[in-house]
Design a protein around this ligand. Structure first.
Ligand SMILES: Cc1cc2nc3c(=O)[nH]c(=O)nc-3n(C[C@H](O)[C@H](O)[C@H](O)COP(=O)(O)OP(=O)(O)OC[C@H]3O[C@@H](n4cnc5c(N)ncnc54)[C@H](O)[C@@H]3O)c2cc1C
Length: 551
């Protein structure tokens, strides 16, 4: 495959030469840097590249050009270079125009001229944009391949695991892809051995457990040391933030995650309210950046391990893994968030993973191409999912029990949903049964006002009906409220003051067991947002330092 192209567009010869030179010196080895001196010329270049099937990674265009503005050009460029990152070069006076372009044309970034020194003002931005582009356009030559049935729940789980751990893979449906059937025959696998996972330089894996898949992929599934200063359970925003702060402040730090770093946020298609990302960012992008930061500071990450037990051993706090293995630490941060609440409906358990899903990933969204999709839920997570799915589905029906969304969903999402031509909101409705032989084929909807029911055909149902913490593994010493949320600080004293054993009061995020802290959604009375989870993760490390100073 040819090198991806970076196109610069500027009518000013000096600016054009400067941006082209700076980009060529930094990215010339991996990317072809092409230069155009006007909008129409740039569109001709893009048209030709597109015809030849050559990838276009980034377009950097000046806003002020005589024949066509940068924004006009970038808007038209989508036809030939959909997915290419778009950067606008602007003067300070055009800042408002550039900010509007983030909403209007999906501009990725604007850069004020001049950008000296490029090491500080240009390269970090371009690195980020190219990193995102590469993630969306992985080099498929060394791919992992998954062969299975479209409606198999294990295939679905494996695909989710790979996608959420940022492992590029190719999917073959044995019933639809001749190549899938060929690979199955080559591997001498019986239908009941599916799904198969082919990992380069590894034996064929037949319906592997998450742990064995993680090991085959070279993911780190065991801790290196017997004792750490800080162990964090849960790799969502709170846990990742705690790991970054812990490791960067000199604590030997390990973080344990059972599914994929990123947590619930990793499932979000667009987090638009996280400070510093005016265009919003996907949960997967946030997770990817956080993982890089965690590794850069030297925290250890143990993946695909489910923590199922907790013990206090004198000054040490121990967490026990499902199967075998454990970690001891001097302090523990529990950042296990919440998990989707299950819907109790006739037929649902059998079809979960076979057309019925809790949450979505981008990978699932594009599989719904051309289909009618149902989403249950009235909160932001359901709204985001409906909009994400609407990019691929013929129609998305949002099933809402109440008569309005205003109490439960942010107004910016309601506005987008009501203006999306292929999203329909079905108020006063619930799903009362699902039907299908082997995979979802139809659902029964009930009108909560009239009691009437209707059966509709669909192969896709995504459920977002709230979430609850799973904290049973912490045992009786760690105080929780009746829903399982961990009581910390003042809340702990209010829930049950008799359970705090020391003369000093508990630190703000400290649970009833000294040295065990809770951060993020798992904590009683937490705010249930990415920013607050990150803030609590960071704050927990400050409190860990204070705790360690007391022992
Ligand atoms: C679809 C969706 C969209 C959202 N959009 C937004 C948004 O736009 N803006 C916003 O501010 N918030 C949003 N949220 C909410 C936000 O994602 C959460 O508030 C945030 O992720 C909470 O972070 P956390 O680290 O506390 O927990 P979580 O994100 O829930 O992470 C907890 C992690 O712990 C792991 N874990 C749990 N138990 C164990 C165990 N026993 N052993 C090992 N690992 C374990 C889980 O696998 C998970 O990865 C959204 C949520 C969803 C579901």
């Amino acid at each position: 495959m040819s090198r991806p192209t970076i196109l610069t567009v500027d009518d000013d010869p000096q600016v054009s030469a400067a941006i082209t030179r700076d980009l060529a010196s930094q990215y010339g080895a991996e990317y072809r840097i092409v230069r155009a001196s006007s909008g129409p010329e740039a569109l001709d270049v893009l048209r030709a590249l597109n015809l030849r099937g050559e990838p276009i990674a980034l377009i950097a265009a000046d806003q002020r050009m005589p024949q066509m503005t940068g924004i006009e050009m970038l808007k038209q460029a989508r036809v030939y270079a959909d997915g290419a990152k778009q950067l606008l070069l602007t003067a300070y006076a055009d800042t408002d125009v550039a900010i509007n372009a983030i909403n209007d044309i999906g501009l990725d970034y604007y850069l004020l001229k001049p950008w000296d020194p490029p090491e500080e003002q240009l390269y970090p931005i371009i690195d980020d944009l190219l990193d995102d582009w590469r993630k969306a356009h992985p080099d498929h030559t060394s791919d992992v391949r998954v062969i299975g049935h479209r409606w198999s729940d294990r295939s679905h789980e494996i695909k989710m695991f790979l996608a959420r751990n940022h492992v590029p893979y190719r999917w073959y449906d044995v019933e639809r892809d001749a190549e899938g059937e060929r690979l199955r025959t080559l591997a001498k696998a019986a239908p009941e051995d599916l799904p198969l996972v082919l990992v380069p330089d590894c034996e064929t894996l037949q319906s592997p457990s998450t742990l064995s898949l993680a090991a085959a992929l070279g993911l780190h599934t065991n801790a290196h040391q017997p004792l750490y200063d800080l162990c964090i359970v849960g790799g969502g925003p709170a846990g990742l933030a705690a790991a970054v702060y812990g490791a960067s402040e000199g604590l030997s730090t390990v973080i344990v995650e059972r599914e994929a770093p990123g947590g619930q946020a990793g499932m979000s298609s667009a987090i638009e309210n996280y400070l510093g990302f005016p265009k919003g960012l996907s949960g997967s992008d946030l997770a990817h950046r956080a993982i890089a930061q965690v590794s850069r500071f030297g925290a250890e990450m143990v993946l695909a391990r489910d923590v199922v037990g907790f013990e206090t051993r004198g000054p040490a706090r121990a967490v026990l893994f499902d199967g075998s293995g454990e970690i001891e630490s001097r302090a523990l941060v529990v950042a296990t968030g919440v998990s989707y609440r299950r819907l109790e409906v006739t037929g649902l358990a059998e079809l979960t993973g076979r057309g019925v899903y809790y949450g979505t990933t981008v990978g699932e969204a594009n599989q719904c191409e051309g289909d009618v999709v149902y989403v249950i839920g009235a909160a932001n997570s359901a709204g985001q999912a409906a909009l994400n799915l609407s990019q691929f589905a013929k129609q998305v029906v949002l099933v809402v029990r109440a008569g309005t969304l205003t109490q439960t969903m942010s107004s910016y999402l309601i506005a987008r949903i009501t203006s999306a031509p292929n999203v329909v909101v079905r108020y006063h409705s619930t799903v009362v049964a699902v039907h299908g032989a082997g995979h979802l084929e139809a659902l029964t909807l009930a009108d909560t006002e009239t009691g009437t029911t209707e059966q509709v055909g669909s192969s896709w149902l995504f459920i977002f009906i709230g979430a609850s913490p799973r904290t049973d593994w912490l045992g009786p010493d760690v105080v929780r409220d009746e829903n399982g949320f961990l009581a910390t600080g003042q809340d702990l004293l209010q829930v049950d003051s008799t359970r705090w054993s020391l003369t000093r009061p508990p630190f703000t995020l400290e649970t009833s067991v000294p040295g065990v802290f809770a951060a993020g959604d798992v904590r009683l009375n937490s705010m249930k947002r990415v920013a607050s989870a990150v803030g609590e993760g960071a704050m927990s490390v400050y409190l860990v330092h204070r705790y360690l100073a007391t022992i």
